[in-house]
Design a binder for this molecule. Sequence first.
Ligand code: FAD
Length: 528
Amino acid sequence: MDITRIDEAISVTGQVLPKEVQALADAGFRTIICNRPDGEDPGQPDFASVAAAAQACGLEVRHIPVDDAHPIDMQKGDFARAMHDLPGPVLAYCRTGNRSGKIYQASRSIAAQAGKERTMTTEKSHHQIVIAGGGSAGIATAASLLAREPDLDIAIIEPREVHYYQPGWTMVGGGVFPKEATYRPEAVVMPDGVTWLKAEVTGFDPDNKAVLYGDGGKVTYDLLIVALGNRLAWEKIEGLEETLGKNGVTSNYRYDLAPYTWELVHHLDKGRAIFTQPPMPIKCAGAPQKAMYLSCSEWEHRGVLPDIEVEFHNQGAVLFGVADYVPALMQYVERYGANLNFGSNLVRIDGPTRKAWFATDQGEVEREFDMIHVVPPQEGNAVVAASPLANEAGYAEVDQHTLRHTRYPDVFALGDCSSTPNAKTMAAARKQAPVVAVNALNVLEGKEPNVSYDGYGSCPLTVERGKIVLAEFGYGGKLLPSFPSWVIDGTKPSKAAWHLKANVLPSVYWHFMLKGREWLAKPLGMAI
Ligand code: FAD
């Protein structure tokens, strides 16, 4: 075999045969990455056969095909993540080794760019645009700005090394996605040319156009975009934090816990399963019931559903805030025999004795459980809430259409941290980011905002494995379907909507939304 060593982390080669894998393991390789699509040439061993041989030798494997349909630019993020996650040294192969070498170099350049920018924290104390938060909304907005003006001087302040695709966690809890499919290193999603200040924002001083960060850092701006997300207040449920992840207590609202949801669901054959929903607003208001439906679907599939008593405890008074979707959801509630409890708010839990207590109009109610899926109470981001940017509820106070701050004209906010009364979803952030980009550039040029956000949010309700009720709506509960009803009628469960969520939207997120490619997200004029 003709193997070319690129550096200590990786070597590349042409097509690997299953019978050659043992020798590669003996040579010290610990991971094999295949960059060749299956079926490229007649007689080519497919990835599965190489993977089986590799796994039998204790090697890790990953398939990241590169061809015209999967160009390097689209795949380099996955490659960088594989290099980050998997043990080295790595052997990557394609037909000749050429594509493997190229994708490795491309993946290195993004990580190196982010690494270099990270060191600039002390060098520059002013940026044209400062974005607080490098989650879904922050990265998408930076990408949308740079798509319009590539030379902008943007700094993003974000302490995390990891970027999550949170909508995938419902699928992890339902046993559909592995948890690893829902994150990438932050360095990989950081747009080229952006300065990454790898620190926590500690305060806002909008009167002096300054953001405080890290241990005494301060950066000033011409324009500030706040995208810090909301706060999950786990501690507000007494006894919860110490029992999460054990004693049958789980939540899809945390990356590390979502797999435990599936573990519990997969092993439960009888008993009581409880699903909870705290007071609004929460991110993805449908996620609490999505967890219930996917669990019931699995129990129904295994024939154990009649032996499982399912309870949904919702602090609110309705199953879903937009009435058009409720009939379809109720059909599933009835099909699964789920017992709905409205006005019932989880306040206390004792893991070891498997008991939970709910505040209701009739006083506190005690329920025993075999498993419980808990959605934490949520509130405004703590730094926003403590700043002059906040409204009384602790959210950044912006105009709901322009997303410009109501008191500080050089400040915008979007995503889960903002005061806009839309459903807090990634889909909302996808639509908001281009609006903020256009309006922010106008303000930088001394003009007024001229595009408007219509309140769009989306909630793909996973009513059974393989079908989704795709709720899409804007301000005032107005239905805003993205597709004609003959493609997807959002008020009915459909396989097409499941395909969208399971196979299309993750790619839209990583390759479109976070890259400034505004698919189904073009900003609207100010007609509204
Ligand atoms: P985030 O993506 O949470 O990003 C906030 C960022 O700010 C983070 O990176 C954080 O580290 C950073 N940050 C916080 N504090 C500080 C600080 N002090 N200094 C610096 N940085 C800070 N949406 C959908 O559209 N469809 C779905 O199906 C869906 N399902 C979901 C299921 C679950 C289980 C969950 C949890 C969410 C779901 N969502 C869904 C909601 C969606 O993920 C969020 O609405 C979206 O991620 C919001 O983006 P954001 O940028 O506002 O917040």
